[in-house]
Design a protein around this ligand. Structure first.
Ligand code: AMP
Length: 380
């Protein structure tokens, strides 16, 4: 395919921070951006050339988007796949395609895809009835996790199971027609790899990073993950395999568990820029956002080499206020970059921004700087 020439228009479904940061890079390369999102002035809406304010299932709005744009992408995977299919039927290229989106939206389809691709996953069993639940108890056993197959995020829609009572209670509470029982694995680290693939089949992988979650929300990513070289290589190989099997065009975040025996299991995939790849904005010549734009526009991919040790921490809302105090103290450290997403309400636990520390010396130094900086910030 011929590349989309600068001046061309990129469409984005979803107007959150991922769309916003992708837009900055699209504009750096000379593209125009139109976003479709129901909230006027959403983080991405603030920085695009045009926002179509409509819900994602508004057919008229989707047709408008298709008319205005040469290529369309999405920035969160809970956008209705029928919207993406409609855009495809209208003859628009959507990257990643509706197939990749559908796989990532449903934990059944995702786990089966991963298994088919020859990638390790925790043992799982599909649960659509009480009878399935009983079978899962026997076949997969405890400790387990019961997750809704669709719609869950940031730990919502999942329950840890230690015994049969837990299992039956979780089944009743989740009250969902499609569930998945997964073996709860013991891991030493959670890792992720961001992978990019373009239409020519060129693939790049960023280094595996270690992710630390607090109450199921990503709190910190450490790049590169402290792991032996062969573990790094294996994690990147897995991400590459997934990108090939998905026929991915764009970037994809692959979340993994590193087990005590160095086995790597894949937890889930997100066919879009990923929170654990935000550090690439400062730590790599070509960030995950630029990589995504290059890939969907048919351009060659960029360098994923690290410029130093990078630690990213998320800045969450607290509910105490919507203005952030302390930035002037944080920026006294010249090795820090702060990104705020322009959200008007800093509700408790809402992702409002992130900061990245880059150290030429060590992860420990970068981590110290990042934590010290975040502690100076306060919602007022
Ligand atoms: P998820 O919504 O699948 O990303 O899960 C949220 C978090 O729950 C993960 O980041 C892990 O910390 C934990 N988790 C999910 N699945 C498993 C599993 N099979 N075994 C152990 N921990 C898990």
């Amino acid at each position: 395919m011929n590349p989309i020439l600068p001046g061309g228009v990129i469409g984005i479904l979803g107007g959150g921070q991922l769309g916003r940061m992708s837009t900055f890079k699209a504009k750096q390369l000379g593209y125009k951006v139109v976003v479709l999102d129901p909230t006027p002035g959403c983080p991405c809406g603030q920085v695009v050339d045009e926002q179509i304010v409509a819900s994602f299932d508004d057919e008229l709005a989707l047709r408008q988007l298709a008319e205005k744009c040469e290529v369309i992408t999405y920035e969160f995977e809970n956008v209705d796949s029928r919207a993406v299919e409609l855009l495809e039927q209208l003859g628009r290229k959507v990257f990643p395609d509706s197939q990749a989106l559908k796989i990532s939206q449903n934990r059944w389809a995702e786990k089966e895809f991963l298994r088919r691709s020859g990638v390790g996953v925790a043992d799982f069993f599909k649960v659509a009835s009480l009878a399935d639940l009983e079978t899962a108890m026997q076949q997969i056993g405890f400790p387990g996790l019961l997750k809704t197959a669709t719609g869950g995020y940031d730990g919502k829609g999942q329950v840890v199971l230690y015994n049969e009572d837990d299992a039956r209670q979780a089944f009743a509470t989740l009250n969902h027609p499609a569930l998945i029982w997964e073996k709860k694995v013991t891991f030493v680290k959670e890792l992720s790899v961001i992978c990019g693939r373009n239409q020519a089949g060129e693939i790049v992988t960023y280094p595996a990073v270690e992710n630390i979650h607090v109450e199921n929300i990503l709190d910190m990513s450490l790049a590169p993950a402290e792991a032996p070289a062969h573990v790094q290589a294996e994690a990147q190989h897995i991400a590459r395999t997934i990108a090939e099997q998905l026929k991915l065009v764009g970037v994809c975040g692959v979340e993994m568990f590193l087990l005590p025996d160095e086995t790597i299991l894949v937890n889930e995939i997100a066919p879009r820029p990923h929170n654990s790849g935000h550090y690439t904005l400062e730590a790599c010549l070509c960030s995950q956002f630029e990589q995504h734009i290059r890939a969907i526009c048919g351009l060659p991919l960029g360098s994923t080499d690290l410029k130093g040790y990078a630690v990213m921490v998320n800045i969450l809302g607290t509910g105490a206020g919507n203005r952030l105090a302390g930035l002037e103290q944080v920026l006294q450290n010249s090795q820090l970059a702060v990104h705020l997403y322009g959200k008007s309400s800093a509700a408790a636990r809402r992702k409002m921004g992130h900061l990245t520390a880059l150290s030429p010396h060590s992860l420990a130094e970068a981590r110290g700087w990042a934590l010290e900086a975040r502690a100076k910030l306060k919602w007022v």
